[in-house]
Design a protein around this ligand. Sequence first.
Ligand code: PEP
Length: 250
Amino acid sequence: MGRRKIFAGNWKMYKTYSEALELVNGLKAGLKKTAGREYILFPPSPYLKDISALCVSTPFVTGAQNMYSENQGAFTGEISPLMVKDCGASFILIGHSERRHVFHETDEDVNRKVKAALAHGIEPLLCIGELLNERENGETVSVLKRQIHGAFSGIEKSAAEKVSIAYEPVWAIGTGKVATPEIAEKAHVSIRDIIKELYGEDLALSVPILYGGSVKPDNIAGLYKMNNIDGFLVGGASLEIKGFLEIINI
Ligand code: PEP
């Protein structure tokens, strides 16, 4: 069945302004495969408006790496869904492992952000994934279940249809230790099973599930062949024009 195919680059807290412009211009110049695919760039928020402007009328769209769930208020240092939209972004990363584990965001925070994004017509890319010790203790599926139930709590099916998921095992993010295609595929199937329990088979079969965690040009081929992997969320390797083009032109 024809699920959406999504390739996304998370620039994290890297790049000066001029380097960010150089990166997006290099990607625009080198992108070859456009049919049937979506490309999302997640630059640092100070550059979001300018990068979004550079992506107009190209196959690239932009997203914010994070936002707060309120529209406005005395929340120093945060950005709101209204600001994200004003900057021309159409996606938002929610629940990235660095938000969960460095900034201690809870499943409740994630749920509030998913609801805020949906209320403002911003498409959430919901990140979930287990820690190494959770995998070693056989808790992977229960962790994914807890994170998915938490993120989708109180969300109707018609709204849940707008959410895409990125499976990002925490032990694979930024570590160079990529999940094997079989490990990733098994987790993606478990995620579809959990979505099926919550919303039924049609949504379970249509939700795009991206893999993320040390994806590089030399390890993407095996993952790309898997039936339940619908694209990639790439961190480190999305910061370099040549390498990211090899990934997105696969
Ligand atoms: C990420 O930031 O979502 C990510 C997957 O990072 P990396 O590709 O560097 O592991």
